[in-house]
Design a binder for this molecule. Structure first.
Ligand code: HEC
Length: 446
């Protein structure tokens, strides 16, 4: 049932195509060579009706099995049902001579409903303004040269543009708020100021993004493209460092902090591998970058690569691509993403990996049995995952592992002595405090 529901976006094209043909035939001149075509209208209409019915049912199933808000689905649903009904009536009336006068009227009504249903449906999947605005693309952070970047123009603004302007820009000002220029941001919305320079906690424009996804005040609204963890960190840093609209990253003294947030290099603990390897296929690198990954050589002139999946939403496809880079890929950052045990089969093939970050993902002990094949692994970050001491012991074969991060996991402080025996040469970082789970973490893992 759920599967049929998910086919909905595909199925809907069939009735649209068929019914547009009906409209065309209905309006063709009533003489040769078109005359004969009109005889086929009725049969095409019935076909269109059944196709519309199928789409309608799949649409209803999709609604049942997903978390669209009734408020946003409502109009599309009514239009879709109306369209199916009208098509049925039209198909039936097309066989009755006494209704001849209203054929054309019915075809126009049907056309209007096709356009309305289609547009409302498109808005549901692509977001408001999808026809005319290019919105909600994640910012391509890999393209930003931090050394020369302007903090607001090159980092903050593109984020707000892709995730907020649709409702807080020149077209719409939800909550009486515009975020598309410094003076508007400073003016605030109907609830007052939204930005307090230097004070993240008091800045409503960031606080709302940190609320749980289910909270009505959460921004962007649940059904819209969300800020990525990196984007949130960038906005926070911008505000805490003074929310200046004119300074460059360097002038704000935030270069190192930003590099930590954005680049895989800054968090490097493992050594750059000696020697070199064959260059990776550029096409695969480009595909990964398009999915939102940051792919960089680990050193100048090196063919070895580091990959940070920071902005990736298509997790499955990106892992498939990673396997194709297995010869070059040495550092992989896949933390803060909906990665789970099912992805570890691919990770297990990345045997050149020396450094792997999986913090705050949904992986469990099951994943750790697979990681055993990564014999070169030196650094492994499993902070705030569900792994236990029993699972960690599966990694005992990894002789080169020198840093193992397991803060905020199910590993207890009392397990530490035991683990140190199993991993005599590894620095096991468990932390003597429990890292509080941030609201944002819960949101991300959904
Ligand atoms: C799909 C539309 C939509 C998007 C996208 C969106 N918002 Fe909103 N936003 C709203 C609506 C609707 C309200 C009004 C809610 C209310 O009246 O309480 C609102 C209100 C707000 C407010 C409170 C304004 C006030 O003073 O009452 C802030 C702050 C805010 N949004 C920030 C953001 C940020 C930051 C983004 C991007 C990361 C964003 N919004 C993206 C729809 C949106």
């Amino acid at each position: 049932m759920e599967f049929i529901g998910r086919l909905h976006p595909l199925l809907v094209h069939l009735p649209i195509g068929i019914l547009l043909l009906v409209v065309l035939f209905e309006w063709l001149p009533f003489r040769k060579p078109y005359k004969s075509l009109r005889r086929s209208i009725r049969i095409i209409l019935w076909l269109g009706f059944f196709a519309a019915l199928t789409s309608m049912v799949s649409g209803l199933l999709l609604k049942e099995n997903s978390d669209y808000e009734w408020q946003s689905v409502k109009l599309h649903q009514f239009a879709g049902i109306a369209l199916t009904l009208i098509t049925g009536v039209y198909a039936w009336a097309r066989g009755q001579k006494q209704f001849k006068r209203i054929y054309k009227f019915l075809s126009v009504l049907m056309l209007v409903l096709i356009i309305a249903t289609g547009h409302l449906g498109g808005t549901l999947t692509h977001g408001e303004g999808f026809l005319f605005e290019d919105n909600s693309e994640d910012v391509d952070l890999a393209q930003v040269n931090l050394q020369q970047a302007h903090f607001y123009n090159d980092l903050v603004k593109p984020i707000l543009d892709s995730k907020c302007y649709a409702c807080h820009g020149s077209g719409k000002q939800k909550g009486k708020l515009r975020l598309d220029a410094p003076e508007h941001i400073l003016k605030g919305g109907k609830g007052g100021v939204v930005l307090v320079a230097g004070k993240v906690d008091e800045s409503e424009m960031i606080n709302r993004t940190l609320l749980p996804l289910d909270d009505d005040d959460h921004m962007p609204p649940k059904e819209k493209a969300q800020l990525t963890p990196t984007e949130i960190e960038i906005l926070k840093l911008w505000i805490s460092s003074g929310a200046d609209f004119n300074k460059s990253v360097i002038e704000s003294n935030q270069l190192t902090a930003l590099q930590k947030i954005i680049s895989t290099k800054a968090t490097s603990m493992a050594e750059v591998p000696e020697g070199n390897t064959d260059a990776a296929d550029q096409k695969i690198i480009q595909s990964l970058s398009r999915l939102g990954a940051v792919v960089l050589p680990v050193a100048d002139g090196s063919n070895y690569l580091s990959v940070n999946l920071v902005n990736v939403t298509a997790i499955d496809s990106s892992f498939d691509l990673l396997v194709k880079l297995k010869q070059q890929l040495v550092w992989l950052k896949a933390g803060d993403l909906p990665v789970d045990d099912s992805h570890l089969n691919q990770v297990a093939q990345l045997t050149q990996l020396t450094k792997l970050s999986l913090e705050r993902t949904a992986i469990t002990d099951v994943a750790l049995t697979t990681l055993n094949s990564l014999k070169q692994l030196q650094y492994l970050n499993l902070n705030q995952t569900k792994v236990t001491a029993t699972g960690i012991k599966f990694l005992r074969e990894l002789k080169d592992l020198h840093s193992l991060y397991i803060y905020g996991t199910e590993v207890k402080a009392t397990d530490l002595a035991d683990l140190q025996q199993v991993f005599p040469n590894t620095k096991v970082e468990i932390g003597n405090y429990v890292v509080p789970t941030l609201e944002t973490d819960t949101t991300i893992l959904k």
